[in-house]
Every structure is written in C-alpha cells, then in structure tokens.
Design a protein around this ligand. Structure first.
Ligand code: F6R
Ligand code: MG
Ligand code: MG
Length: 381
C-alpha cells in the first residue's frame, strides 16, 4: 500500500518566550486531527514539539503536496494559534503568514517534509525535529548517514547500500536543485553543502531503485516573508533498516554536536544538542539548538510508537560536549564566529549604526585602493 508520511511544523506561539510549546496548543491541534482521522482524511497522526515549534506527523494516502492535507495542517495550526492568542502566549500565530489558505502551505510559513512510499512489511522511520536552527543544519548529519563509510558501515558491507545514494541539493537563494551521486561525486556534494545557508539537502534516494530514503523541510521563512518573521526550524524524515541505514547509523552523527546557525535571535552559531522530548525546550541563551528524534513503525499507515531515541545515556556525552562548546562560544559575546556574519543575521542594527556614523567616518590613509568587500559565495542586492 502506498502511504504518505507528512511532517508539517509551525511556530504558533510558546510559553514564557520562544522556549517551549504549551500543552493546550498541542491539545487544540490534536483535536482537529482526531476529527480528520475519524472522517478518514488521514490514517493516523502524532502531534509533537521541540522548543517553540509544533509538529504534525500524519499518515494518509493522498500523496505529497495534497491541498487537503496541507489545508488540514493549516486548520490545526490556526486552532492552536487561537488558543495561543487566548493564553497570551508569546509570538502567537507568528508562522501563519497569510490569513487565507490557498491550497498548499509551501511558501506560506509552515515547514514541510513529506514522502510517499510503498510500505515494506516492516517500515521503521525516524522523524527529526530541530529548533533554533535552519534546514541546512541537516546537511552534515545526512552526508554522514548516506555517504560516509566511517559513519555508516552498511555503505561498505550491505550489498543493497553499497551502490550508494543520490542527493537532491537545493539552492534556496535561486530556487534551483541539482541531483548528485555518492560516492562518485562526493567532493562536488561537499563543495555545495558545506555552505548550509544556501545549499540544502532536500532529498536522498537509494541508487539501486531510486527509492526515497530521506526528505528535509527547506522553507526559509526569512526569505519567504522578505523579512525576519520567525526561524525556519527544520524537520526531516529518514527511513531505516533493510537496505537503508540502520537506526543506529542514522543516529550516530548526532554524537558530534556540530555547529549550526540559528541560536539566539537567529543570529548566532551554536552546537546541535540531541535531546529527548522531556528536554525539548530552549532555555540557555534561547538554546542551545536542539534536536529530537522520534522512531515509528508505519503499519498499514498506522503510526506505531514513537520511541524517543535521544532520551538515552548513549547521548549524554554529546550533550556534555554541546554544553562545553556552548560555554566556549558564549564567551565570544557579540563577536563572530559565534555571532553570524552580517549577511545571515536575523536581527541587526548595522544599517542604523552606519547611517548614524556616516558623517563621522573620515578618509583613512590605507596605502591601498579601497574596494567592495568580497561576500564569499553569497550575492546580495
Ligand atoms: C525565536 C528565537 C529567539 C528570539 C529572541 C528574541 O525562535 O530564536 O531567540 O529571536 O528571544 O525574540 P523577540 O524579538 O520576540 O523578543
Ligand atoms: Mg523555533
Ligand atoms: Mg521561534
């Protein structure tokens, strides 16, 4: 049976700042999905959260980008936002950028990761949910999972994985994507995805049969709205086992808390801390960026589980390392590279400061001809 797994997320307001979802908003979204399940629109659902983000995990048979499913998600978020407004939660409704739903949530505000597959006799999937970061934060772990034999033993010793995986990489600035094959094009893949603010892994396919292995949400709210309205905290779905990476191979990259963009005011780098749901709240300096992994079995579209995969002492060391890195980075205060570069900050006062000081800047004898600074590989108007 062909099943679609849709994970749609939005920040519709949170408790005591941008740090944790309120249970009443989860209940409001769940109520909408209970009715949709009763009416046969969806087969099953699980409502979850990380930091200030609410995630709707749904199964159905309507395919990806279904207006009916996206409309349902929109209604669930709108009901949750209503409760958020009643409770006076912080930033209530912030990701619902348009009052009118127009058939597809893509480009409106919420983040979407969806995949359709023929259910295997046993179908383990892992749903990742991250807060205080951006979709490109998945570039590093997905590369490790699907292309690094030092992470994923199956790439070397499982005949079904040995031919490798295919990466769809999106240029979020240009709205273009390219398919690249691992292992032959590893260096080209890395040349792109090492710039995670611009090049984002969107999908991973298995080379042997083009079967979908992973999908990542790639909305960048700051680009959608033309100004900062909330961060694009991402979600991802990864299929596990039996010709895909094992659950343990999928979780392994998160033992290394890699640096991601999006901490405090969407303007700082921080370590990605893997946590269980009970610690899925962003406190210290509104972070550090956190990621939750929920493991499900999909059976005839039913969601069995979840297993809260990072709620495990095996990730204690990663959390400790993340705290050490957080201490180290915080001591930089407002300095780069803790603070993001000017082209990536969600909050800035630089234009006002420059305007205020423009008459006080004097010509300086530098001995060289001043020219416009290079802006790496990101162009700006
Ligand atoms: C939001 C976030 C937070 C806020 C910060 C300031 O997800 O990352 O760090 O940017 O708390 O929020 P405001 O400007 O709403 O006071
Ligand atoms: Mg968030
Ligand atoms: Mg937020």
């Amino acid at each position: 049976m062909k099943i679609t797994l849709s994970v749609i997320k939005a920040d519709i307001g949170s408790l005591a700042g941008h740090h944790v979802v309120h249970p009443d908003t989860i209940a409001a979204a769940s109520k909408v999905l209970v009715e949709a399940k009763r009416d046969g629109v969806i087969i099953d659902f699980f409502v979850s959260h990380v930091g200030d983000d609410l995630q709707l995990i749904m199964t159905h048979t309507k395919g990806v980008d279904s207006p009916e499913i996206h409309g349902l998600a929109w209604n669930a978020f709108s009901e949750a936002a209503k409760v958020a407004k009643e409770l006076g939660l912080y930033a209530a409704g912030q990701d619902l950028l348009s009052d009118a739903f127009s058939g597809n949530v893509r480009g409106l505000g919420p983040g979407v990761a969806e995949m359709e597959f023929e259910e295997r006799p046993s179908e383990p999937v892992i749903v990742f949910m991250a807060d205080k970061t951006e979709p490109g934060a998945f570039n590093f772990p997905l590369f490790k999972i699907f292309a690094d034999p030092f992470n994923t033993a199956g790439l070397v010793i499982d005949p079904r994985m040995h031919p490798g995986f295919r990466f769809q990489i999106l240029d979020v600035f240009e709205g273009k994507s390219v398919m690249l094959n691992a292992p032959e094009e590893l260096y080209d893949i890395l040349a792109l995805i090492g710039t995670p603010a611009r090049y984002v892994i969107k999908r991973v396919l298995r080379r042997t049969d083009n079967e979908i292995a992973a999908v990542i949400s790639s909305e960048r709210l700051n680009l959608i709205a033309g100004k900062y309205v909330g961060k694009d905290d991402p979600v991802a779905i990864v299929r596990a086992q039996s010709g895909f990476p094992a659950t343990g191979e999928i979780l392994e990259p998160f033992t290394f808390p890699h640096l991601v963009a999006g901490w405090m005011r969407g303007s700082h780098h921080g370590p990605m801390m893997p946590v269980g749901l009970r610690h899925a709240k962003c406190t210290r300096f509104d972070g550090p960026p956190r990621i939750v992994a929920l493991g499900f079995q999909v059976k005839n579209g039913r969601l069995i589980g979840p297993a809260d995969l990072f709620d495990d002492p095996a990730f204690d060391e990663a959390r400790r390392t993340a705290n050490t890195i957080a201490d180290y980075l915080r001591r930089h205060g407002p300095f780069m590279p803790h603070r993001l570069g000017p082209e990536e900050m969600e909050y800035t006062t630089l234009p006002q400061v420059l305007e205020k000081l423009k008459d006080r800047f004097q010509k300086a004898e530098t001995g060289y001809k001043a020219k416009k600074p290079a802006t790496a590989d990101i162009e700006h108007d």
